[in-house]
Design a protein around this ligand. Sequence first.
Ligand SMILES: C[S@@+](CC[C@H](N)C(=O)[O-])C[C@H]1O[C@@H](n2cnc3c(N)ncnc32)[C@H](O)[C@@H]1O
Length: 276
Amino acid sequence: MLRTEHTGSGMDELDKLVQAVLSSPKYKNVCADAIRNIGWRELAKRRSWKEALKATKNKLHQVGGAYFGATIPYAQLLDGLRVAADAEGEDGFRRVCVRAMRHHSSTRERLGILDSFYAQVLADLSPIRTVLDIACGLNPLAIPWMPLDEDVQYYAYDMYTDMVGFLNEFFALAKVQGEAQARDVIHSPPMRRADLALILKSLPCIAQLDRSASVRLLEVLNVDHLLISFPLHSLGGREKGMLKNYEQRFWEWVAGRPWAVQRFEFATELAFLVRK
Ligand SMILES: C[S@@+](CC[C@H](N)C(=O)[O-])C[C@H]1O[C@@H](n2cnc3c(N)ncnc32)[C@H](O)[C@@H]1O
């Protein structure tokens, strides 16, 4: 329903732009749909194809690439998870999950509150049998900390194809019935019904790509509960009144909707649990 059609003579230019982005080492693992959906807007806005290419890469950096270094050592992390799953028990497995989560700044920032975050925020929701993790990054690695039903079905979505490949292997090792998919969650939000959707620290990224997309996403997800969070520090580490700004934006997004909201404030993250 939110899928965007790109037709007409601009098509060649757009195909060329998608190919050019995919040929750069930094963006070769971004799913083509996400590049296409950013690219067509930039082509419409910019004076030349070259400017549109540059702007598309900048956007991809702001919403994805800025959160991790040049590469995440997925094969090495999977080896560690395999060894831990075979021989090191639950604590050992969690230790490797923590090591993996350090590779993405969103999960790295959450490590200090991980023991209380999910336990506190999801305490009243059990049983949680289906979860959608929207723009997930490496957050599925935090499943061992989440109070989920033991037969939970966990669906995770991000725009990086290599990341979702890694997450699918992680699900098998963690013995979680999970599935990760690469997709643009703005234009192809998952329509699957679920108990809970996690939208952690990603609404500001989504709003950067399309200002009206955040509220559309909250509306369209077919879930009983939404857990929405915001960072309280920028990537550069400065405060900049983020709490006040994000809190205000959140209340604007949910205004006028008959949804019950609980608010939770942690040292590094502001969270809202919404019952739709
Ligand atoms: C700030 S990080 C949050 C990651 C994770 N939710 C967490 O809190 O640990 C934003 C994530 O959104 C993903 N992302 C941004 N725009 C997206 C889009 N249109 N479709 C799918 N994923 C997207 C990025 O790749 C990145 O992993």
